[in-house]
Ligand binder design. Structure first.
Ligand code: UDP
Length: 328
């Protein structure tokens, strides 16, 4: 029988792509999602269990029902700007929810844990490339909440033998090239889909959040990685754990940074349409530059992010944008 993997947030953007990759790799992904930001229609690759991480008894039920060999934990609130205006929600949902999940997993004897962390844990630093040993100095509540969960995992490693692969994501973009799943947030806050909505007339324009940063064109620089490359790394991380290779942190980014203006210009070229835009003030909590040192995942996991060119990410996101929607 194929092994089950419990995927929290499996109805969300990255989680749904992970479920597809897990099924292709011979696992049964069990989605656990409260559908607050996820979509029932995105659950296509395995069983669905509706539930909330704040309800620990529900988690215990699901562990007992499926006996998963591992957890992949995607479920989280993940918007930097919102985390600054509503930090309580971020600490409660992300940190308390994750604590419940980690505890329930340990109590069920499920000791392999793949965790979605973020480059936002690094914060504002002078290093050109952030590697896994860089200091963690988050400047927003989202990054702080994820950093706290990393620490909880470390503690449960000592107390319960929990083995974790912690992935610090840089900026995820693109969509399944086969169009089965894609990015669909309501409201949308992420750069690439917002640009595509502006191109398509679904919003009046892209507002560039800050043009006075200390970067060549004054806009923030990020390292974009294709969602399909990102979830491939998760399957490699799962195998790493199942092979008993132990707790490890990996950055997931390509090592190349692009400014907001560069992403906007590339989107105009790929779609062959003008991008309406305006300059706006900085968004609270944004770092100037977040670019990954990405050697460790390539060398140790054998990860190769072959789809993560700006052009391919935008083209796949555009195809999805024009055709794909979830109803519920
Ligand atoms: N951004 C922007 N306008 C928008 C949305 C995002 O200028 O409407 C910028 C944002 O300030 C950041 C970059 O685009 O520098 C990526 O933001 P996103 O929210 O996609 O991801 P984050 O880096 O916050 O995880």
């Amino acid at each position: 029988m194929n092994a089950h993997v419990l995927v929290t947030g499996g109805a969300g953007y990255i989680g749904s792509h992970a479920c597809k990759a897990l099924r292709a790799a011979g696992f049964v992904p069990v989605t656990f999602d409260n559908l607050v930001t996820g979509w029932k229609d995105a659950v296509k690759f395995g069983p669905f269990e509706q539930g909330d991480l704040l309800e620990k008894s529900r988690l215990a039920e699901v562990f007992a029902k499926y006996s998963p060999v591992a957890v992949m934990h995607f479920a989280a609130l993940s918007q930097v700007g919102e985390s600054m205006s509503e930090p309580g929600r971020y600490w409660r949902n992300n940190v308390l929810g994750s604590l419940n999940l980690i505890e329930a997993a340990a109590e069920a004897g499920c000791l392999n844990f793949v965790f979605s962390s973020t480059c936002a844990t690094y914060g504002e630093q002078d290093n050109v490339l952030l590697d896994e040993d860089s200091a963690q100095l988050p400047i927003n509540a989202y990054g702080s909440s994820k950093r706290a969960i990393e620490e909880i995992l470390e503690n449960f490693g000592h107390s319960a033998g929990m083995q974790s692969v912690i992935f610090r994501y840089f900026n995820v973009a693109g969509a399944d090239p086969e169009g089965e799943v894609g990015e669909f947030h309501r409201p949308e806050t992420h750069l690439v889909p917002i640009i595509l909505e502006a191109i398509d007339g679904k919003r009046p324009e892209l507002t560039i959040f800050g043009t006075d940063y200390d970067t060549p064109d004054g806009t923030c620089i990020r390292d974009y990685v294709h969602v399909c490359d990102l979830v491939d790394a998760h399957v490699l991380g799962l195998r790493w754990l199942l092979d008993g290779r132990g707790t490890r942190v990996f950055n997931l980014g390509t090592g190349t940074g692009f400014s907001v203006r560069e992403v906007m210009d590339a989107s105009g070229v790929v779609t062959n349409r003008p991008v309406p835009w305006e300059e706006g003030p900085r968004r609270a909590g944004d770092c100037t530059r977040l670019v990954s040192g990405s050697t460790r995942a390539r060398v140790e996991l054998g990860w190769s992010p072959g789809r993560s060119t700006l052009q391919e990410m935008i083209a796949d996101a555009w195809r999805w944008h024009q055709s794909g929607h979830y109803e519920g």
